[in-house]
Structures are given as C-alpha cells and as structure tokens.
Ligand binder design. Sequence first.
Ligand SMILES: [Fe+2]
Length: 435
Amino acid sequence: MIKTTAKNLEEMTQIETIGYLNETVQPEAGTIPAFILADPKVYDIEHKKVFMKTWLFIGHESEIPNKNDYMLRDLAGYSIIITRDSENEIRGFYNMCTHRGMKLCRADKGNKSSFVCPYHGFNFKNNGDLIGVPLQKDIYGTDLDKSKLGLHKIRIESYKGLIFGTWNEEAESLSDFLGDFKWYLDILAGRAEMEVVGPPQRFIIHSNWKVGADNFVGDSYHTMVTHGSIAKLGMVPSATYSKKGYQIHTMNGHGLNLGTPNPDFAFPEELKSEYKSNLTDEQYDVLANLKNMIGNIFPNLSFLISHTKVKGQLISNTTVRMWRPIGPDKMEVIAWFLVEKNAAEDWKKRSRDSFILTFSPSGIFEQDDTEVFTDITAAASGPMPVMKELVYNYTMGMHREPVSDFTGPGVVYGDKFSEANQRNFYRYWLDLINA
Ligand SMILES: [Fe+2]
C-alpha cells in the first residue's frame, strides 16, 4: 500500500502526477506502483520525458543492404524514412513533404533514389535534398530556394549494425548512451557479421510496453512457471534451468540475464574463428559457455539469444524485439530475427525454426508471455480508489551483494533470480521523468 494524497489520479495535473510518481515509485525500497502501467497521464509524461529524449531502436543495417534501399519506421510514434543513399550513407528523415506536409512515403520498404510526394509531386532525393518541383519556373519564377526545402533530418547512429535514432539533438552519443552495455551487445550483434532474415514480425498486444521491458531486463524467475510446459516437452534441459548464471546491469537502465554454463556449443562450429576475431577472449568465453542471454536496452529494445532443441539438436537463435507503445494499454511488438550471415544455409534455416518455435506469434514462449502481459495490464486498469494504493513488490535479491568473479562490466549478481535489474530500469525511468 502507498500513501494517498487527497486527489484522485484523474484529477491531478501533469506536474502533480510527476510529484506523485516521485512519492510512489521507489525502486531502492522495492516498490513500484501499479497505476504506472495504465494511467494515460503517465503515458503522456513518458512520451515527452522518455521517448522524445532518449535513443530508440529503428532497425538493422542489413534490412537496407543496397544503395537506394529504404524502409519506413517509427520513432516515438512518428513516421520516419530510413534510406541508404547513393553514397551508401544511412540517413533518417521525418516522413513529411516540406511543401504542404503530406506523408511523403507510404510503402514499408523498397529501392529508389528519390521520393515524389503524392500531393503536388515535389521530388526529394534520398539524401533529403529537394530536387524537383513541377512547373517550378512557370509558377514560382526564380524565387523558390530549393536548398531551404530539404526533408527534416533525424539524428541516427549505429552500433554493430543496430540503428538507433533520437529526436533529441542534445542527447549524448549513442556510444555513450550504451556505455558499458556495449560489451554485451558485441556478443549479441557483433560476434559475427549478422543479418536480419525477412521483414520483422509485427503484432499488437493489449499490454503496457513496460511489462515487456521489465520481463526481458531481468525476469528469469517466471520461466519455471510461465514456461513450465516447454521443459515438460523436453525442449529445454530442465524446469530450473533458468536460475544459473548472472544478472547484470549498467547505467542508463540497461540490463540482462546471462545463462551459463552450457555443455554444448550451440552456434555454428565453422564460425569459431570469425567469433574469435570479433570478440575479446573474455567475450568469446562467455559466448562459448552461453546457455541464453536475455536483456533490455533502455527503454524498449529487448533481445534474446536462446537455444532450443530442433530435431534433437541444440541450436541457438538470436532476436531483437521492440515494445512499441501505442497507448497506455497497447503495444506493437516488432521482432527481428538475426542470424550469422556466413553460417550454412541449413543452419540458418534451423535457427529460424528454433526462433519460430519459441519467440514469434506462433512461438510457445511468446504465447505464454503475452498471456501474462495482457492480464497484468488489464489488472493495472482497475478501479481508481483501489489502483491508487496498489504496488508491486520488487524486493527480490535486495539482501545480496554483487559478485566480482565475472569478466564483463556492470553490476553483476551471482545468479539470475534477482530484481536488481528492474530496480535499475525504474530508477533511470524516474530520473528521466524528473530531468
Ligand atoms: Fe517469458
């Protein structure tokens, strides 16, 4: 229970709501109020203070491999065009014609060197320059300065093929934002040349985005129960397989759970030298002994390397997934399947099978999880006099000290059953809301 102020949440101004968040979101005490998963005002505050301020995932460079490829993406709820221009540079633009504001591009992806507005035909090169205006001389004379009418450019940066963008011109560099967490992202996305297979899977579920981030940033505890059936089916070694390993978090709310050891090398044997050339010895050791790796880059990009038995053989699959908020109680899940580009075609196919069996709309883990995510969100939208007082318990592992026997950076705990990562996630979330 939390202390209540006289006003109901619906009656509070945005400033009062931020004050109430400061009273009630107490990661260090292990309490997080339930209303933050459902309240429309909290959703608006988050949009302004979190999603408009921080780096957000956009896609993988391999999705636009050729010159003049482009893809349409979303950045904090706004449509943007990502192009690989004719000089091979990846660029981002707000998807709006600078003449009258029409949405310039409406196809999900394709290949073209310029974009013609469907309203009046203004033509923009894929580097953003306005290059053509129908009947320009006749109707504008010599006064129209096309150089001032280029597309609005978006700040984008990549790390190991992962493209991020931000609306915040003042934001630190992507590299600084990721900080020590890059050590783990190297294993995820930089261990070999990686490519995305197919377009990302997209599906909408009635869940607040933070439930997904919270689950992936450090909740291995649920796997014994929520995913108990997969152990019974023999697709994973045992029901308690999920505790062993490390829980790790770094600054800016990032965190992961790293499952280890694993007796079998679940990656393609023939790529060992490629892995070794891309990773440090310590990182390679982690990869070689990896059972699974599941985490979240703040705020809403989760990732997973997991191993599943496909036709009796243990095989890994790698996915990154975004919990894209589209309302307090609704999100689009966008899931990219990543695979080693230089692996054998047969291995790639089996890795994809392993992904589809586990995490995708048809996957057994995904179906287990989304059932929970939607019910948590529905319960958080309960009657206001009650919801104003209900809190979640995030005290797991508060009695424990970090360990120092692990080679990677960050605050490391000696097994995966802890909520230190979730406390770290909500600490940074609240810091941004107060910034
Ligand atoms: Fe799960």
